[in-house]
Design a protein around this ligand. Structure first.
Ligand SMILES: NC(=O)c1ccc[n+]([C@@H]2O[C@H](COP(=O)([O-])OP(=O)(O)OC[C@H]3O[C@@H](n4cnc5c(N)ncnc54)[C@H](O)[C@@H]3O)[C@@H](O)[C@H]2O)c1
Ligand SMILES: [Zn+2]
Length: 400
């Protein structure tokens, strides 16, 4: 084989493929010694040997579950032929602060080294999406990849962030600027852990379910519409249906999209995310990721409606379901300006750079259907921003 147009330089095309698999298990009471799921998830590939496990925990979880170390200790004792707990319970700051501090990644490396973790060791990460992202990133670049078993503890982490193949931290003022694609070894979704999650965090996680329903599953969207009120109250039965279906749709997308490591420019499940990531940064992360996604979806729905792609009635449905769940569809940060234009628009360029290649934005054409566009008409987007803000508040015009 030779490069096109060249008469020389033979090329050997190196090609191989690697299959990935990881179980995503839903359970309750994962630390109950009578529940073998977690021990199985850690030891499933080599059940005959003892597995060294280092545990990283989100500070919000550690606070809400003060007996966690004791419970995990008792669990390890019950499964001592399979598990060995190494190191202390490593509590790291919860929330976006975990991703905003590169020093934390370095500190984790020091602790992994001190415990002499190797590629056959397991890092068990218990926490929200931010802690999973930061600790997962630290583990993925240690010895080129330690095994990570995730125990997501928020709605968003159980239905989206924790079940996928990505991790990362924020750097240079850009969301997820550093990160790797690193499928986990296993994911254990313990629904009981959600009982201590603040309502605000739980609702934020529901935004990702609305997103995946809008892009992939009209029937799921209708279910969300019918259950928006119990969901706003975090009613456990409704929450469980939402999380399971949302996780399943994300998993199906990763397995069947043909691009699990996102080498192309298209990312339909990042619907509403170009502005969401920017809004998170503009608000100094006061807006939660899911909250920003809710605003981003409403914005892109209005834009699609103005472009004649989406019926006005469907735009109203998008806004109504989000608002009934208890999510805002606007925020004063939409009115912030930079160089005379809405600062949020910078999110378009940052989104393109993050994906590489051409700008590719999914826009709804119906509930459960979308098209990808490669250009955004700025005046119409600015109009859409104003519409969102004016729908809820008096005006954006004094600052925009
Ligand atoms: N890697 C991915 O594919 C992916 C996908 C989507 C989102 N994300 C990332 O996930 C992050 C958002 O994650 P999140 O929504 O899970 O929130 P989060 O991780 O920011 O956590 C929110 C808050 O809840 C606390 N908390 C977590 N679990 C708790 C519990 N059970 N009880 C009490 N408090 C608890 C945390 O300490 C924190 O204060 C963002 O950084 C986002 O970019 C990553
Ligand atoms: Zn998201």
């Amino acid at each position: 084989m030779q490069p096109a147009g060249s008469g020389h330089a033979p090329v050997h095309l190196q090609r191989f493929s690697v299959a990935f698999d990881y179980p995503v298990v839903f359970c309750r009471g994962a630390f109950d010694p009578a529940e073998p799921t977690l021990a199985w998830a850690i030891s499933r590939r080599e059940p005959e040997r003892r597995h060294r496990v280092y545990v990283v925990v989100d500070s919000g979880v550690a606070q809400a579950w003060p007996d966690l170390a004791q419970r995990f200790g008792a669990y390890v004792e019950r499964y001592q032929t399979m598990l060995e707990w190494v190191g202390p319970l490593d509590v790291i700051v919860g929330g976006e602060a975990a991703k905003n501090d590169m020093a934390l990644v370095t500190e984790l490396h020091g602790r992994f080294a001190r415990e002499r973790l190797d590629r056959q060791s397991t890092v068990l990460v218990i926490g929200g999406g931010a802690v999973l992202d930061a600790a997962g990133y630290a583990a993925s670049i240690t010895h080129r990849g330690l095994r990570v078993v995730r125990m997501p503890t928020t709605v968003l982490a159980q239905n989206d962030a924790g079940v996928g193949v990505k991790n990362g931290v924020n750097a240079t003022g850009v969301k997820n600027f550093l990160g790797t694609f690193a499928p986990p070894f296993a994911v254990v979704n313990d629904l009981d852990l959600l009982s201590t999650l603040p309502t605000r965090e739980a609702r934020a996680g529901m935004a990702e379910a609305v997103k995946v329903a809008l892009i992939r599953d009209a029937r799921f969207f209708e279910w969300l519409e019918s259950n928006a009120e119990p969901l706003a109250q975090c009613e456990p039965a409704a929450l469980e249906v939402l999380i399971r279906r949302c996780a399943q749709l994300h998993l199906e997308h990763i397995a069947s999209s043909g691009d699990p490591f996102e080498t192309g420019s298209a990312r339909p499940l990042d619907y509403g995310h170009w502005s969401a990531h920017k809004l998170e940064v503009l608000t100094g992360h006061e807006l939660r990721h899911g909250e920003a996604v809710a605003i981003g979806m409403a914005l892109d729905a209005r834009y699609a409606e103005r472009k004649g792609l989406l019926k006005p009635a469907n735009l109203e449905r998008v806004c109504r379901v989000l608002e009934t769940i208890g999510l805002r569809t606007e925020h004063p940060a939409l009115c912030q300006t930079a160089s005379g234009r809405p600062a949020v628009l910078e999110g378009l360029q940052e989104f393109r750079e993050h994906l590489g290649g051409n700008l590719t934005i999914p826009l709804l054409t119906d509930i459960g259907r979308f098209v990808e566009v490669t250009e955004v008409d700025e005046p119409t987007m600015i109009d859409s921003i104003r519409w969102l803000v004016e729908r809820k508040t008096s005006s954006c015009s004094s600052t925009a």
